[in-house]
Design a binder for this molecule. Structure first.
Ligand code: ADP
Ligand code: ADP
Length: 225
């Protein structure tokens, strides 16, 4: 199932800022990179795809599904990892993941236990499951964010600037985790770091000042820079 973005425009400040200017993209299953500098419009596009914000114009389709017209349905199959998972420092990882599982509609206690355990192991957080998020490193927080985003087996994963502030070892670990996800779903990774896309993504677009400059395979795209 592909994600299709057609002529999406979003302005702020009564039209003074064109954060997204007639953006169209076709995003196939796998890892897709959205590369651009600060202020390019990446977060605006990611929040729009995550149905957290309305575009002024345009349409978004996930397969046959009209995303903007079916927000509740989309949210059920959507994983969104915001820039920094900084919330709830006093909660323990296992408890908080269990709580988010309830919010995702996994109400059966036994299946929740199973899902939470599998995700904590997959993200390499099983050993620290009883520790508080406040004591986690940046990389651990990001991996916890992935666990939350993976609840409910999303068909669409939206990952916004995940490697900002991670040290090199954490970054590699995190990117390896992401690369496992791209097999069955659409994973969109926004970043200002060229290596994030060149190492990980099969397809990419470059965005600047709200406009898509090019879409290509990473190696070819980076050569055109
Ligand atoms: P990026 O994620 O690539 O840094 P953003 O989507 O955050 O880009 O921002 C795109 C442009 O829109 C920037 O010029 C930014 O200052 C502006 N912008 C983002 N959010 C708002 C907002 N809520 N109100 C006004 N301007 C905004
Ligand atoms: P990013 O670039 O990743 O979006 P920012 O630090 O620019 O992060 O934005 C943080 C928050 O401030 C976001 O919710 C964004 O919508 C909002 N924001 C960004 N730029 C502006 C702006 N020029 N005016 C008002 N809000 C803004």
């Amino acid at each position: 199932m592909s994600l299709s973005i057609r002529n999406v425009t979003k302005t702020y400040a009564n039209g003074a800022v064109r954060a997204l200017d007639n953006v169209s993209l076709h995003i196939p299953p796998g890892m897709y990179g959205l590369l651009g500098p600060n202020g390019a419009g990446k977060s605006t596009l990611m929040r729009t795809l995550a149905t957290l914000q309305e575009p002024d114009e345009g349409s978004i389709y996930l397969g046959e599904l009209d995303v903007l017209g079916h927000k509740e349905q989309v949210r059920q199959t959507l994983g969104y990892l915001p820039q920094e998972f900084g919330l709830y420092p006093k909660a323990k990882a296992e408890d908080l993941l269990d709580y988010f599982a309830v919010l995702k509609g996994i109400t059966n206690r036994a299946s929740r236990k199973e899902v939470v355990e599998a995700l904590l192991k997959q993200t390499n957080l099983w050993q620290v499951r009883r520790q508080k998020l406040g004591g986690f490193s940046g990389g651990m927080k990001q991996r916890f964010g992935v666990a939350v985003a993976l609840l409910g087996n999303p068909k669409l994963m939206i990952v916004d600037e995940p490697t900002t502030g991670l040290d090199p070892a954490e970054r590699v670990r995190f990117l390896n985790l992401l690369s496992e996800l791209g097999e069955n779903s659409v994973v969109i990774l926004s970043t200002h770091i060229v290596e994030d896309v060149s190492e990980l993504c099969t397809q990419m677009a470059i965005i600047n000042r709200g406009k898509i400059l090019l879409e290509d395979a990473p190696l070819k795209a980076v050569k055109q820079l």
